[in-house]
Ligand binder design. Structure first.
Ligand code: R5P
Length: 295
Protein backbone atom coordinates (compact mmCIF):
# COMPACT_ATOMS: atom_id res chain seq x y z
CA UNK A 1 0.00 0.00 0.00
CA UNK A 2 1.21 3.51 -0.81
CA UNK A 3 1.92 5.94 2.02
CA UNK A 4 -0.68 8.55 2.86
CA UNK A 5 0.13 12.25 2.63
CA UNK A 6 -1.49 14.68 5.04
CA UNK A 7 -1.20 18.31 3.90
CA UNK A 8 -1.56 20.94 6.60
CA UNK A 9 -3.54 24.01 5.48
CA UNK A 10 -1.51 26.14 3.07
CA UNK A 11 0.49 23.17 1.75
CA UNK A 12 -2.10 21.91 -0.74
CA UNK A 13 -0.30 23.07 -3.92
CA UNK A 14 2.99 21.43 -3.01
CA UNK A 15 1.10 18.30 -1.83
CA UNK A 16 -0.61 18.04 -5.24
CA UNK A 17 2.75 18.35 -7.00
CA UNK A 18 4.22 15.64 -4.76
CA UNK A 19 1.35 13.20 -5.19
CA UNK A 20 1.60 13.77 -8.96
CA UNK A 21 4.97 12.00 -8.64
CA UNK A 22 2.98 8.94 -7.45
CA UNK A 23 4.73 8.61 -4.07
CA UNK A 24 1.62 8.76 -1.88
CA UNK A 25 -2.15 9.09 -1.79
CA UNK A 26 -3.65 12.21 -0.33
CA UNK A 27 -5.39 11.69 3.02
CA UNK A 28 -8.53 13.65 3.79
CA UNK A 29 -8.19 15.65 7.00
CA UNK A 30 -10.50 18.31 8.31
CA UNK A 31 -8.87 21.30 9.98
CA UNK A 32 -10.85 24.20 11.32
CA UNK A 33 -10.84 26.78 14.06
CA UNK A 34 -13.39 26.84 16.83
CA UNK A 35 -14.92 30.27 17.53
CA UNK A 36 -12.49 30.64 20.45
CA UNK A 37 -9.60 30.06 18.01
CA UNK A 38 -8.70 26.59 19.24
CA UNK A 39 -7.93 24.02 16.54
CA UNK A 40 -10.22 21.16 15.43
CA UNK A 41 -8.62 18.23 13.60
CA UNK A 42 -10.42 15.17 12.21
CA UNK A 43 -8.72 12.43 10.20
CA UNK A 44 -11.25 11.26 7.60
CA UNK A 45 -9.09 8.62 5.96
CA UNK A 46 -8.43 5.21 7.56
CA UNK A 47 -4.80 5.48 8.68
CA UNK A 48 -4.43 2.11 10.42
CA UNK A 49 -1.25 0.32 9.47
CA UNK A 50 -0.32 3.04 6.96
CA UNK A 51 2.88 4.95 6.62
CA UNK A 52 1.93 8.61 6.95
CA UNK A 53 3.80 11.64 5.61
CA UNK A 54 2.76 14.99 7.04
CA UNK A 55 3.60 17.97 4.82
CA UNK A 56 3.89 21.32 6.55
CA UNK A 57 6.26 24.12 5.73
CA UNK A 58 7.15 25.93 8.91
CA UNK A 59 7.48 29.62 8.17
CA UNK A 60 5.34 31.62 10.68
CA UNK A 61 5.62 28.49 12.84
CA UNK A 62 3.86 29.48 16.02
CA UNK A 63 0.32 29.18 14.63
CA UNK A 64 1.20 26.05 12.65
CA UNK A 65 2.79 24.02 15.39
CA UNK A 66 -0.30 22.97 17.36
CA UNK A 67 -2.37 21.84 14.32
CA UNK A 68 0.73 19.95 13.16
CA UNK A 69 1.25 18.14 16.48
CA UNK A 70 -2.50 17.42 16.77
CA UNK A 71 -2.55 15.89 13.26
CA UNK A 72 0.56 13.77 13.87
CA UNK A 73 -0.47 12.50 17.30
CA UNK A 74 -3.99 11.69 16.06
CA UNK A 75 -2.55 9.76 13.10
CA UNK A 76 -0.50 7.69 15.52
CA UNK A 77 -3.46 7.18 17.89
CA UNK A 78 -5.53 5.94 14.93
CA UNK A 79 -2.96 3.25 14.14
CA UNK A 80 -0.57 4.80 11.59
CA UNK A 81 2.49 2.57 11.36
CA UNK A 82 4.94 5.47 11.03
CA UNK A 83 4.47 9.22 10.92
CA UNK A 84 7.10 11.35 9.20
CA UNK A 85 7.30 15.09 8.64
CA UNK A 86 8.30 16.90 5.47
CA UNK A 87 8.90 20.52 6.44
CA UNK A 88 10.26 22.16 3.27
CA UNK A 89 11.22 25.15 5.43
CA UNK A 90 12.29 24.34 8.97
CA UNK A 91 11.80 27.14 11.47
CA UNK A 92 13.69 28.11 14.60
CA UNK A 93 17.08 27.18 13.22
CA UNK A 94 18.75 30.54 13.83
CA UNK A 95 18.45 30.88 17.61
CA UNK A 96 20.79 27.95 18.16
CA UNK A 97 22.69 29.39 21.09
CA UNK A 98 22.24 31.84 23.95
CA UNK A 99 23.61 35.01 22.35
CA UNK A 100 22.64 37.02 25.44
CA UNK A 101 22.12 35.89 29.04
CA UNK A 102 18.70 34.43 29.68
CA UNK A 103 17.68 33.85 26.05
CA UNK A 104 15.73 30.74 25.06
CA UNK A 105 17.65 28.40 22.76
CA UNK A 106 14.56 27.89 20.63
CA UNK A 107 16.23 25.60 18.05
CA UNK A 108 16.65 22.91 20.68
CA UNK A 109 13.20 23.30 22.22
CA UNK A 110 11.50 23.25 18.80
CA UNK A 111 13.54 20.19 17.77
CA UNK A 112 12.53 18.36 20.94
CA UNK A 113 8.83 19.05 20.29
CA UNK A 114 8.96 17.78 16.69
CA UNK A 115 11.14 14.79 17.63
CA UNK A 116 8.53 13.69 20.16
CA UNK A 117 5.72 13.54 17.57
CA UNK A 118 7.41 12.27 14.41
CA UNK A 119 9.45 9.22 13.40
CA UNK A 120 11.51 11.05 10.80
CA UNK A 121 12.02 14.50 9.33
CA UNK A 122 12.98 15.78 5.89
CA UNK A 123 13.67 19.42 5.13
CA UNK A 124 15.43 21.59 2.57
CA UNK A 125 18.56 23.62 3.36
CA UNK A 126 18.02 24.15 7.07
CA UNK A 127 19.99 27.06 8.51
CA UNK A 128 22.90 24.97 9.82
CA UNK A 129 25.56 27.60 10.25
CA UNK A 130 26.76 26.80 13.73
CA UNK A 131 25.29 23.32 14.20
CA UNK A 132 27.13 20.53 12.35
CA UNK A 133 23.92 18.69 11.38
CA UNK A 134 20.24 18.32 12.27
CA UNK A 135 21.26 15.31 14.35
CA UNK A 136 22.84 17.72 16.83
CA UNK A 137 19.36 18.79 17.99
CA UNK A 138 16.85 16.29 16.46
CA UNK A 139 16.63 12.88 18.10
CA UNK A 140 14.83 11.29 15.10
CA UNK A 141 16.39 10.53 11.69
CA UNK A 142 16.50 13.99 10.10
CA UNK A 143 17.57 14.58 6.53
CA UNK A 144 18.58 17.88 4.95
CA UNK A 145 18.01 18.08 1.18
CA UNK A 146 19.92 20.61 -0.87
CA UNK A 147 18.43 22.98 -3.41
CA UNK A 148 21.89 23.96 -4.74
CA UNK A 149 21.69 21.83 -7.93
CA UNK A 150 18.22 23.25 -8.74
CA UNK A 151 19.45 26.82 -8.15
CA UNK A 152 22.55 26.17 -10.26
CA UNK A 153 20.45 24.75 -13.14
CA UNK A 154 18.17 27.77 -13.10
CA UNK A 155 21.08 30.23 -13.01
CA UNK A 156 23.00 28.44 -15.78
CA UNK A 157 19.86 28.41 -17.94
CA UNK A 158 18.53 31.92 -17.30
CA UNK A 159 21.47 34.22 -16.52
CA UNK A 160 24.15 35.11 -19.05
CA UNK A 161 27.66 35.56 -17.56
CA UNK A 162 26.60 35.22 -13.90
CA UNK A 163 28.77 36.22 -10.94
CA UNK A 164 27.45 34.52 -7.80
CA UNK A 165 27.55 36.51 -4.59
CA UNK A 166 27.11 35.06 -1.10
CA UNK A 167 26.17 37.56 1.61
CA UNK A 168 28.45 36.36 4.40
CA UNK A 169 31.24 33.97 5.28
CA UNK A 170 28.72 31.39 6.55
CA UNK A 171 27.21 31.14 3.07
CA UNK A 172 30.52 30.34 1.37
CA UNK A 173 30.20 26.57 1.44
CA UNK A 174 26.94 26.39 -0.45
CA UNK A 175 27.45 29.44 -2.69
CA UNK A 176 30.64 27.71 -3.83
CA UNK A 177 28.63 24.54 -4.60
CA UNK A 178 26.04 26.49 -6.61
CA UNK A 179 28.80 28.39 -8.44
CA UNK A 180 30.68 25.21 -9.31
CA UNK A 181 27.53 23.54 -10.62
CA UNK A 182 26.56 26.67 -12.59
CA UNK A 183 30.19 26.97 -13.81
CA UNK A 184 30.35 30.56 -12.65
CA UNK A 185 32.77 32.60 -10.51
CA UNK A 186 31.69 33.64 -7.01
CA UNK A 187 32.41 36.19 -4.31
CA UNK A 188 31.57 36.11 -0.62
CA UNK A 189 30.84 39.40 1.16
CA UNK A 190 31.21 40.41 4.77
CA UNK A 191 28.02 41.08 6.65
CA UNK A 192 27.34 42.50 10.08
CA UNK A 193 23.82 42.38 11.46
CA UNK A 194 23.23 45.18 13.92
CA UNK A 195 19.55 44.46 14.56
CA UNK A 196 16.48 42.80 13.00
CA UNK A 197 16.29 45.46 10.28
CA UNK A 198 19.88 46.75 10.24
CA UNK A 199 22.49 44.98 8.15
CA UNK A 200 25.87 46.23 6.92
CA UNK A 201 27.39 44.55 3.90
CA UNK A 202 30.83 45.30 2.52
CA UNK A 203 31.59 44.86 -1.17
CA UNK A 204 35.09 44.47 -2.67
CA UNK A 205 36.22 46.49 -5.70
CA UNK A 206 33.90 45.31 -8.49
CA UNK A 207 35.68 46.82 -11.53
CA UNK A 208 36.92 43.47 -12.85
CA UNK A 209 33.36 42.07 -12.72
CA UNK A 210 31.59 44.80 -14.71
CA UNK A 211 30.82 42.44 -17.63
CA UNK A 212 29.01 40.00 -15.33
CA UNK A 213 25.46 39.84 -14.00
CA UNK A 214 25.55 39.63 -10.19
CA UNK A 215 23.42 36.82 -8.75
CA UNK A 216 22.86 37.17 -5.00
CA UNK A 217 22.26 33.78 -3.45
CA UNK A 218 21.00 33.29 0.11
CA UNK A 219 19.23 30.52 2.00
CA UNK A 220 16.57 32.72 3.65
CA UNK A 221 15.09 36.05 2.59
CA UNK A 222 13.27 37.35 5.64
CA UNK A 223 13.41 41.13 6.15
CA UNK A 224 15.31 41.22 2.81
CA UNK A 225 17.72 43.76 4.38
CA UNK A 226 20.70 41.58 3.41
CA UNK A 227 19.63 41.54 -0.25
CA UNK A 228 18.57 45.21 -0.31
CA UNK A 229 21.89 46.40 1.13
CA UNK A 230 23.80 44.33 -1.40
CA UNK A 231 21.65 45.47 -4.34
CA UNK A 232 22.27 49.10 -3.31
CA UNK A 233 26.04 48.58 -3.07
CA UNK A 234 26.10 46.90 -6.48
CA UNK A 235 24.16 49.78 -8.01
CA UNK A 236 26.62 52.28 -6.54
CA UNK A 237 29.49 50.18 -7.92
CA UNK A 238 28.00 50.55 -11.42
CA UNK A 239 27.11 46.86 -11.80
CA UNK A 240 24.19 45.52 -13.86
CA UNK A 241 20.91 45.09 -11.90
CA UNK A 242 21.41 41.83 -9.98
CA UNK A 243 19.28 38.72 -9.82
CA UNK A 244 18.28 37.77 -6.25
CA UNK A 245 17.91 34.05 -5.62
CA UNK A 246 16.68 32.73 -2.27
CA UNK A 247 15.85 29.20 -1.23
CA UNK A 248 13.22 30.11 1.36
CA UNK A 249 10.81 32.99 0.61
CA UNK A 250 10.06 33.87 4.23
CA UNK A 251 9.53 37.59 3.35
CA UNK A 252 8.39 39.38 6.48
CA UNK A 253 5.68 41.97 5.99
CA UNK A 254 6.51 44.55 3.27
CA UNK A 255 9.96 43.11 2.60
CA UNK A 256 9.22 41.71 -0.86
CA UNK A 257 7.99 45.08 -2.11
CA UNK A 258 10.98 46.81 -0.51
CA UNK A 259 13.35 44.41 -2.26
CA UNK A 260 11.62 44.90 -5.62
CA UNK A 261 11.81 48.66 -5.12
CA UNK A 262 15.60 48.40 -4.70
CA UNK A 263 15.68 47.50 -8.41
CA UNK A 264 17.00 43.95 -8.93
CA UNK A 265 16.37 42.40 -12.33
CA UNK A 266 14.56 39.41 -10.82
CA UNK A 267 13.71 37.99 -7.41
CA UNK A 268 13.55 34.22 -7.64
CA UNK A 269 12.83 31.63 -4.93
CA UNK A 270 12.00 27.95 -4.58
CA UNK A 271 8.53 26.80 -3.56
CA UNK A 272 9.55 25.57 -0.09
CA UNK A 273 7.26 28.44 1.02
CA UNK A 274 4.42 29.40 -1.34
CA UNK A 275 5.08 32.95 -2.63
CA UNK A 276 4.67 34.88 -5.88
CA UNK A 277 8.47 34.83 -6.37
CA UNK A 278 8.53 31.00 -6.58
CA UNK A 279 10.14 29.84 -9.79
CA UNK A 280 12.23 26.82 -8.81
CA UNK A 281 10.24 23.67 -8.00
CA UNK A 282 11.54 21.46 -5.16
CA UNK A 283 8.68 18.92 -5.37
CA UNK A 284 10.73 16.30 -7.31
CA UNK A 285 13.41 16.52 -4.59
CA UNK A 286 10.83 16.14 -1.82
CA UNK A 287 9.00 13.33 -3.61
CA UNK A 288 12.21 11.32 -4.04
CA UNK A 289 13.16 11.69 -0.39
CA UNK A 290 9.60 10.79 0.72
CA UNK A 291 9.90 7.61 -1.36
CA UNK A 292 13.16 6.73 0.35
CA UNK A 293 11.90 7.58 3.85
CA UNK A 294 8.82 5.37 3.46
CA UNK A 295 10.43 2.48 1.54
C1 R5P B 1 21.64 34.52 7.79
O1 R5P B 1 22.66 34.04 8.22
C2 R5P B 1 20.92 33.98 6.61
O2 R5P B 1 21.74 33.16 5.83
C3 R5P B 1 20.32 35.08 5.75
O3 R5P B 1 21.38 35.87 5.24
C4 R5P B 1 19.40 35.92 6.55
O4 R5P B 1 18.46 35.13 7.20
C5 R5P B 1 18.70 36.93 5.67
O5 R5P B 1 17.87 37.68 6.49
P1 R5P B 1 17.22 39.05 6.05
O6 R5P B 1 16.44 38.81 4.81
O7 R5P B 1 16.36 39.40 7.23
O8 R5P B 1 18.33 40.03 5.85
Amino acid sequence: MRPLLIALPGNEALAAMMTAHGIADLAHVEFRRFPDDETYVRQRTDLSGRSVIVLCTLDRPDSKLLPLLFAADTARALGAARVGLIAPYLAYMRQDKRFKDGEAVTSTIFARLLSSSFDWLVTVDPHLHRLPSLGAIYSIPARALHAAPLLANWIAREVAAPLLIGPDAESEQWVRTVAEEARAPYLVLQKTRRGDFAVDVSLPDMKVWRDRTPVLVDDIISTARTMIETVNHLKRAGMRPPVCVGVHAVFSSGSYDALRAAGPRHVVTTNTIAHESNVIDVSPLLAESAKQATA
